[in-house]
Design a protein around this ligand. Structure first.
Ligand SMILES: [Zn+2]
Length: 302
């Protein structure tokens, strides 16, 4: 073998080794780059996905906020129409009549059944509720009446304030003006904190004529934006228990052509529950339509 041939072969060998190592180096570099890119890409991708989720959730929350606003707008519209109708009726410009069905002292475990009847007849009503939770001793657990408060509010009924405890007698809600207002504010805050609903109407336990302190309480109620409601019709279920027919007739036979009725009932009374369908049907036959009470109503005194 000639000298240059050997040299040539050596060069060729060296070149080959160099090429192979260069190739290997290249591949390694390429792999490192790929890994690095992949590692970078994954967090980037995760980040993008999370950002997408965040923006989707933000949009969804916005929709819910809008729904709340829309509900408020619809309610405002509803009550301004109700006021218009009520004004026409009071002024004798409409043949219609309004019945405000009201249920006091709840919620009770039986309230669900009353809500079922109202739902069946598609009739809105007003519930003057107490602060029924463990704190006031009305339930062992705070959640006990929770679903009833929620259902009242989500079904288009009005929730009114009937004091926190409804205790009468010495040491009760009427012991002083301050004590009474404390009862009202406690129940108002309880409902607002839990259900985001601000009550603006109330009913005095036993009615506004029960206590001699009422004239001093009314200005205090006005200061916190509250109106109060009595009644001009009742089943009588707050007194001794009587047959459902008696409760029914107490309402239907005593409407006396009144254009606006505020019917007092209690959602603890089993016989009122039995009478309720006939009370609704009977009032409808007499030309009454049903509305939930609202602050601007002429029946809410301010
Ligand atoms: Zn009561």
């Amino acid at each position: 073998m000639k000298q240059y041939d050997r040299f040539g072969i050596a060069i060729c060998l060296l070149l080959t080794v160099f090429s192979v190592s260069l190739f290997a180096e290249n591949r390694k570099l390429l792999k490192d780059t790929e890994t690095a890119e992949k590692e970078n890409f994954e967090p980037e991708m995760k980040n993008a996905l999370l950002q997408k989720e965040v923006s989707e959730l933000t949009e969804e929350c916005q929709v819910y906020e809008d729904i709340d606003t829309q509900i408020e707008e619809v309610k405002d519209q509803y009550f301004s129409l109700a006021l218009e109708l009520e004004t026409k009726i009071v002024n004798g410009e409409s043949e219609k009549k309004i019945a405000y069905l009201t249920f006091d002292d709840g919620p009770y475990y039986r309230s669900e059944k009353f809500l079922d009847v109202l739902e069946e007849y598609d009739v809105p009503a007003t519930f003057f509720s107490l602060m029924k939770c463990a704190e006031t001793g009305y339930a062992d657990e705070d959640e006990f009446y929770d679903s009833i408060y929620r259902r009242i509010l989500s079904s288009g009924h009005t929730l009114g304030n009937h004091t926190a405890t409804h205790k009468l007698g010495s040491g009760g809600v009427y012991r002083s003006v301050d004590a009474f207002m404390d009862e009202i504010v406690r129940n108002r805050d309880f409902i607002e904190d839990r259900y985001g609903y601000r009550t603006v109407i109330m009913r005095f336990p036993g009615g506004s004529a029960t206590s001699s302190k009422t004239p001093d309480i009314i200005p205090e109620l006005r200061k916190i934006g509250y109106g109060y409601v009595d009644w001009n019709s009742a089943t009588g279920d707050g007194g001794k228990n009587q047959a459902p027919e008696v409760f029914r007739d107490n309402v239907l036979n005593n409407t006396n052509g009144r254009k606006i009725l505020v019917v007092l009932m209690h959602d603890y009374a089993q016989n009122t529950l039995i009478a309720l369908p006939e009370i609704i049907e009977g009032l409808q036959k007499q030309g009454y339509i049903f509305l939930p009470l609202f602050y601007e109503s002429s029946m809410v005194k301010k």
